[in-house]
Design a binder for this molecule. Structure first.
Ligand code: PLP
Length: 419
């Protein structure tokens, strides 16, 4: 076996063997299926080059690559930090994290002044819930049916699908999941006076790009706020203009105490997530910063990426609206061409779900897409849905190409899966 970093010339078969032996046989299997036996080798914009020389269009990557792969300004900012001080002492002050926090609070309109940085989305779900419980002195959390908030034990308690909790009864947080079809549900749950927070995804990504009804979110949030429970918008997937707005909840004027961001926050180059919140929610951490800390929180490489990432996102925001309109129009035509197999279109902006009439039909589409070179993200919680997450850096021609590939795949699925 060779030592050192995996490169494009590394033998793909060896990579799969290592994956099987040291990580997971299932990961090896699904990766081999997606790459048709090749592994990812390099990325640029919305394309990923494979070890066998092919390139695929990346409209997946689980929403991380909003700026595509290796956005040049983000790479330059990270490279500069790499060449100066890539890691923090954690005893001296870290100016890179301080600059990133100020920039992020300003980006969201300076209404939520406090910031906590994590690496993964679940990190900031955990800290948001912990702070809500400490600041309110109440134990319970209200989350929403269909919501996904991560898989670490605390975040997992808020994630709705029981699929992720098999063998793990009794998660660490006391959570009730309310139904978006029930506008009075939050008020009822608040009656006991023991609710610390209401947590929701304005557009549920893992649940197939399901946008929650805004009138229900408004009613729930106002009920929670009136009763002193914290209102937390998990925009780890739908925020940062993925769905058009910097924050969906803030743009709608919902009375939120916190917005959670992640995935593309590090520009698709480095891992970064953030809790951006009110003084009231942050109070326990302001009093004692060691109440919740992690070795790599506020990591200079990640925080260096943030200003460059936000600049790039804003620069492309208008283009993103145009791409979103184009995608919506082209998907609607596709739906009309294949009424027997496409059940429903969902989503907003550059987060779109195509719901098929059966898991078999959706599976057949995914098989065809892998062969034709379009990467999409499946939805584990909703096996009938295929999720499209085009990067802001896509061109109109990229979107047209993706829909064309999709159209051929759906036509094959229509024949083989019988709708
Ligand atoms: C809305 C939402 N919240 C939280 C998470 C968890 O993020 P991570 O997987 O980075 O922990 C995800 C991940 O898909 C998500 O979509």
């Amino acid at each position: 076996m060779t030592a050192g970093p995996v490169t494009a010339v590394d033998d793909a078969a060896e990579a799969f063997e290592r994956l099987r032996r040291h990580l997971s046989p299932k990961l090896a299997l699904t990766g081999s299926f997606a790459g048709r036996g090749a592994v990812e080798a390099s990325g640029e914009g919305c394309r990923v080059m494979l070890s066998d020389g092919r390139s695929v269009l990346d409209f997946g990557s689980y929403a991380v690559t909003l700026l595509g792969h290796r956005h040049p300004e983000v790479v330059a900012a990270v490279r500069h930090q790499l060449d100066t001080m890539p890691t923090s002492t954690r005893s001296l002050a870290n100016p890179v994290a301080a600059r990133a926090a100020a920039r992020l609070a300003g980006y969201l309109g300076d209404v939520l002044p406090k910031v906590y940085f994590g690496l993964n989305g679940a990190d900031v779900v955990e800290v948001a819930v912990k702070l809500a419980r400490l600041a309110s002195g109440r134990p319970r959390v209200i989350a929403v049916r269909g919501g996904f908030h991560g898989k670490s034990l605390g975040a997992l308690a808020l994630t709705h699908s029981p699929l992720y909790r098999v063998g793990l009864r009794g998660c660490a947080v006391d959570v009730v999941h309310v139904d978006p079809a029930d506008p009075a549900a939050v008020l009822r749950e608040l009656a006991g006076g023991d609710v610390a927070a209401l947590v929701f995804e304005p557009v549920q990504g893992e649940n197939g790009a399901a946008a929650l009804p805004l009138d229900v979110l408004r009613r729930w949030s106002e009920d929670a706020a009136r009763q002193g429970a914290f209102v937390i918008a998990d925009e780890i997937q739908c925020g940062l203009r993925r769905c058009g707005e910097r924050s969906v909840a803030l743009a709608e004027g919902l009375p939120v105490d916190a917005v959670l961001l992640g995935k593309p926050l590090g520009g698709g180059v480095v891992p970064l997530s953030a809790l951006v919140c009110s003084e009231r929610l942050y109070a326990p951490l302001a009093a004692d910063p060691f109440l919740h800390s992690a070795t790599f929180g506020g990591h200079p490489l990640s925080c260096a990426a943030l200003p460059a990432a936000l600049d790039a996102i804003e620069h492309l925001a208008g283009h993103g609206r145009m791409l979103s309109d184009q995608l919506a129009a082209e998907l609607e035509l596709l739906r009309r061409r294949h009424p027997g197999v496409v059940a429903e279109l969902r989503g907003r902006g550059l987060l779109r779900g195509i719901d098929f009439t059966s898991p078999r039909a959706a599976g057949a589409v995914v098989v065809e897409l892998a062969a034709a070179g379009l990467l999409v993200s499946p939805c584990l919680g909703r096996p009938t849905t295929v999720r499209l997450l085009p990067p802001l850096v896509s061109t109109e021609a990229d979107v047209a190409e993706a829909v064309e590939i999709l159209d051929s795949a759906v036509a094959v699925a229509e024949r083989t899966a019988g709708g």
